[in-house]
Write a protein that binds this ligand. Sequence first.
Ligand SMILES: O=C(O)CCC(=O)C(=O)O
Length: 216
Amino acid sequence: MSLAEQLSLLPSAAPLAIAARAALLPRFAASVADAAPALLAPILEQAPLRHMVTPGGQRMSVAMTNCGNAGWVSDRRGYRYTRIDPASDRPWPAMPPSLRGLAQTAAAAVGFDVFEPDACLINYYAPGTRLTLHQDRNERDLAAPVVSVSLGLTATFLFGGLNRRDPTQRIQLHHGDVVVWGGAQRLAFHGIAPLRDGAHPVTGRCRINLTFRQAL
Ligand SMILES: O=C(O)CCC(=O)C(=O)O
């Protein structure tokens, strides 16, 4: 049995506090993580990954797509949520109920008992790809948390404060780990350091992140 398989059989550990209303849930998604690529395949076929453009015209290095009633998009007009995928002019693919349920259970484990995610942003990181520090602020109701599920290669998550220049914690995120943040930390700056090269038995040479939000 591979190390990844052995780790996925371990019970998920207790939440580790990152800040007052932010926590790492090690291996919380272990039960679905290995099956996630198969679950995501039809979604990626219907709404392929694409490199969006920032309002300033820069191509984002992380490839993205969405599932759920709402999808996050960025282009010259700005950042926003849409019900329709602009690449296909069709609604985004449905969010798999198992993933939605996982996000809700993770939110509840950190004290966010009411969480109705309608958007799941799928981020695809190739080696070397990074996500610069940013705030998630395009959602209508900022009382709802953000739930982020990591699959594949280990990444360094940067979690800072409410100001871009605040010091950041560096947290290693492994396959099956979940991070939840909300409340006083809902607008915390966060990002991903450049992804180190490697090969993961489940995803191959990449990391996939699923970020669940209550957007509309
Ligand atoms: O990939 C991650 O773990 C973080 C994703 C993220 O920051 C975002 O989608 O806003």
